[in-house]
Design a protein around this ligand. Sequence first.
Ligand code: NAD
Length: 485
Amino acid sequence: MTVQAVLDEIRGIPGTGDVIPIIDPATEEQITEFTDAGPEAINAAVARAKAAANSKVWSAMPDYDRAKVLWKVADLIDQNAELLADLESVNTGIPPIQAQTIVKVGSEWFRYYAGWCTKIDGIARDVNTGGLTGVESHMHAYTLREPYDVVALIFPWNGPVFNFCAKLAPALAAGCSTVVKPAEETPLSALVLTRILAEAGVPDGVVNLVNGYGHTAGALLTAHPDVDKVAFTGSTEVGREIVHSAASSNLNKVTLELGGKSPVLIFDDADLDTATAMAGFGCFLHSGQVCMLGSRIFVQRGVYDRVVDGLATLANNLQLGGPKDEGAMIGPLISDKQLKRVMGYLEQGRTEGVELVTGGHRIDRQGYFVHPTIATKVDPTSSRLFHEEIFGPIVTVLPFDDEDEGIALANDTDYGLAGTIWTTNLGRAHRLAKEVKAGTVGLNCQLQFDHSMPFGGYKQSGWGYEAGKAGIETYLQSKTVWAQM
Ligand code: NAD
């Protein structure tokens, strides 16, 4: 299959809603379009998932067979890696080498969760409840871990191949039936991945792909009475809407992977060259469109100027470009809407009187490219640049004097997705790891995550976890069975 075939296929999928254009963000050209699924298609997708769940065709499949299917999915992703990476690049503008890495991460996610199929278990205990009543009462109690029947999986446009795999692999390993809605900007790779799942042996009805806007297709799904669980990755604002929707419909269970405004603390005893380089990549990667990026950097005062200079040099040397531009390290913003949002924050920064050490402007070429921007002289008590998730290539850099002030600034945020500490003082590193209010902390490393370790947000960055054992637990309910002995 070719990229062109996928562009043609999506155009032909029927729907009853608006026609939604898909724009190549590196060229601003429309590459295809598709039709918002509409309520009938959403209801039909949920009904198919419910029928599959009721038939137990997937959940009752022997666990080692389910594992083999998921392992085969991983192999087929690898076999289709070039196509998937090309789709990722054409749809998001990300450089090819980064797209290829995303695809590899996706297939490994399936291999990891293939292993979990055979390891789902509960606990068993003999219990004598007689101590409470005075009457001997011998019980055997055990727990069953059961999949949710119908799970809606909704995710954003940054890294669509990864987001698809990170949600589908654990949901399928648990035995759930699913309805999948990718972001309206990036629906292409999900077509190929859904076909791969079928080819690998995932039975009909277990994975149902729907496309459309969030406020139409997404909202219909999250309020649907037959959806038992919603696993969502996206903005905190929409996460809140999804919680409201669950509360006013069937109280479906909700897992949320939301926004971030992650701090990076650089102490004066750090390996400053490494810390500066990593902090720079760690805020500008993918044009700042990665949830766990360190978009607030704090530098101990004695080395502040040196680090700011180093960050500025790095920002000015980062080669921006589309997937076809050789040597490009940073792609465009995803859309005109995102571009306007980022430009709005730059305007806001000027109003606030912040100093833009570098960047602050759009690049003069086709595509939604904004120069990596470093903002200093930011007032943390009032600055929107400091507090709001921008999801663009803008980082604030502030000085601090000691550990207490650094941690106070780091935690001065509604978000809690990640944090980083650069220091050669190991005692300080581990001590402060406990102080950072975030779900992931890097000590002398940044942007680390892996399928084997839980990932989730403190505060308004989310509910629940992805990856690791916690990632499959998300898709399992626990039932306690009592047997009179
Ligand atoms: P978004 O919240 O606008 O959209 C995410 C998805 O939700 C899309 O598929 C969208 O169509 C859908 N959606 C929108 N409104 C909806 C509604 N009312 N009901 C149901 N679904 C709806 O987010 P975005 O702009 O696509 O992505 C960027 C955001 O995602 C950032 O905030 C980023 O931090 C976050 N993100 C978080 C993680 C994480 O793991 N914590 C990972 C990636 C991205």
